[in-house]
Design a protein around this ligand. Sequence first.
Ligand code: 4NP
Length: 161
Amino acid sequence: MIRVLFVCLGNICRSPLAEAIFDDKVKKLGFEQYFKSDSAGTSDYHIGELPDERTIRCAQANNISINHRGRQVNRVDFREFDYILAMDHQNLQNLNLMKSKYGFEEKEIHLIRDFVEGSQGLPVPDPYYGGEEGFHEIYQILDEAIDHFLNTIQERHRIYA
Ligand code: 4NP
């Protein structure tokens, strides 16, 4: 079982949407037995909350189900997850500080867009303070990034249909 954690700041916009897109793709590929996913935030701002209404509408518009409650990244996550994927540089920096503090130096933490040729180092922009169109934009970005991430780990772990 390959365990993947998606991380943003609030865990109500980008990372729960990433988790929902990932689960949808895994299901369509028939790979449910190989992958487990979750999402979390670096902040404690929205613990216990449902995703942002705009996130829910975006998921619905794209026919994917979303079912998550906000939670904060914690020490146990570094032990439980094989891949930790950050949405932006601030998330990445916080995760790297945590991994040193908790003694998980070897843990793989990446910016999610680093799996897309030509988009390495780019963030998934924070849509929270913007309008509805920002959610359409992050959906496209995440959809592409997750396709590339899935291709990479499928090859690395030799998972074939
Ligand atoms: P997310 O978006 O990190 O993609 O979930 C945000 C959600 C909430 C806040 C910031 C970003 N906030 O400041 O409350």
